[in-house]
Design a protein around this ligand. Structure first.
Ligand code: NAP
Ligand code: GCO
Length: 266
C-alpha cells in the first residue's frame, strides 16, 4: 500500500524550536504519522507553554531546554534522545529568528546572531545526528528555509544570507551523506501566520490591514497567508520513506508566490 510509505511508525523525530508556530505543527504531524517526538526551545517560559500545548494535543513529546547555537548543549540533547528514545531518525532544523533592520543600520553583532541561529545551528544539529544516522543506515534531515533562500527584500539581509546559505547546506549534506541513505531536503514556507510574522500583520490604528499584509495577499496566488498546518503534509512526505529518492531539494510551500510575477496595475 503506497500510503504505508508515508507512515513514521517506529521513528524518532527531533524538531528544533517546536514550542509553537511551524515547529509545533510539524511535530504534531509527525506524531499523527506515528513518530516519537523530541523538541527543544531556548526559553523556560516557552517550554512551559509548549508542554501545555503538547498535553492538550495528546502528544507525549520529550522537551529539552536547549539553545541550538550551543554545540555542547545540542550534543547532550542528542545523546539523551539516543539513550531514551532510540536515536534520531528525523531531524527538522526549524528553530529560527529574524531581525528586520535596514542593512546600513545593522550592527555586525546583530547580523552574526541571525546567521548563528539560522545557519550555524542547523550545521551543529545535523553534525550531532549524522553519526547516529550513518550507524542506523538511514536518516532524514529537513531544513526550514524561506522565500529568502531565493529572493531578497528590504531589512532582512542577515536572514536572507542565512536562509540562502541553508539552501546550500541542504544540498551539501545531500552530496556528502547521500551514500549513507541520508536524505537532506529543505522546506521553503511562504508567508505563514505565526509570531515571527505578527508585526507584519498588525492592524492599523484605523482598523485597516497592515500594508505588508495587503502586499502579501496580492503577491500570493492563493490570496491568503499560509498557516502552520499547511506545512504538515509536506513535512511528513520529506520525513517518510515516500521521499527516499528525493534529496537536496527545497520544496516551496508558498501558495505560489515564487511562480507569480505579481498583480498587474489596474
Ligand atoms: P516562531 O513562531 O518565531 O517560532 C520560533 C521557534 O524557534 C520557537 O519555538 C522558539 O522558541 C525557537 N527558537 C528560537 N531561537 C532558538 C534558539 N536559539 N534555540 C532553540 N530554539 C529557538 O517562528 P516560525 O514562524 O514558526 O518559524 C519557524 C521557522 O520557519 C524559522 O526557521 C523561520 O525562519 C522559518 N520560516 C518562517 C516563515 C513564516 O512566515 N513564519 C516563513 C519561512 C520560514 P524560544 O522562543 O523558546 O527559543
Ligand atoms: C519577512 C518575513 C519572511 C518570512 C519568511 C518568508 O520579514 O519578510 O518574516 O522572511 O518569515 O521567511 O518565507
Amino acid at each position: 500500500m503506497i500510503l504505508n510509505s508515508f507512515s513514521l511508525e517506529g521513528k524518532t523525530a527531533l524538531v528544533t524550536g517546536a514550542a509553537y508556530g511551524i515547529g509545533l505543527a510539524i511535530a504534531r504531524a509527525f506524531a499523527e504519522a506515528g513518530a516519537r517526538i523530541a523538541f527543544n526551545c531556548s526559553r523556560p517560559e516557552t517550554m512551559e507553554r509548549a508542554q501545555q500545548a503538547y498535553r492538550e494535543l495528546g502528544i507525549d513529546a520529550k522537551g529539552y531546554l536547549c539553545d541550538v547555537t550551543d554545540e555542547n548543549a545540542v550534543k547532550a540533547m542528542v545523546a539523551d534522545i539516543e539513550a531514551t528514545l532510540g536515536g534520531v531518525d528525523i531531524l527538522v532544523n526549524n528553530a529560527g529568528i529574524i531581525k528586520r533592520i535596514p542593512m546600513h543600520e545593522m550592527a555586525a553583532e546583530e547580523f552574526r546572531k541571525v546567521v548563528d541561529v539560522d545557519l550555524v545551528a542547523p550545521f551543529i544539529c545535523a553534525k550531532a545526528v549524522i553519526p547516529g544516522m550513518i550507524k542506523k543506515g538511514h536518516g532524514k534531515i529537513i531544513n526550514i528555509c524561506s522565500m529568502m533562500s531565493e529572493v531578497g527584500r528590504e531589512t532582512v539581509s542577515a536572514y536572507a544570507a542565512a536562509k540562502g546559505g541553508l539552501k546550500m547546506l541542504t544540498r551539501n549534506i545531500c552530496s556528502e551523506y547521500g551514500e549513507h541513505n541520508i536524505q537532506c531536503n529543505g522546506i521553503g514556507p511562504g508567508y505563514i501566520a505565526t509570531e515571527q510574522t505578527a508585526p507584519l500583520r498588525e492592524r492599523q490604528a484605523d482598523g485597516s490591514r497592515h500594508p505588508f499584509d495587503q502586499f502579501i495577499i496580492a503577491k500570493t496566488p492563493a490570496a491568503r497567508w499560509g498557516t502552520p498546518e499547511d506545512l504538515m503534509g509536506p513535512a511528513v512526505f520529506l520525513a517518510s520513506d515516500a521521499s527516499n529518492f528525493v534529496n537536496g531539494h527545497v520544496l516551496y510551500v508558498d501558495g505560489g508566490i515564487l511562480a507569480y510575477i505579481g498583480k498587474q496595475p489596474k
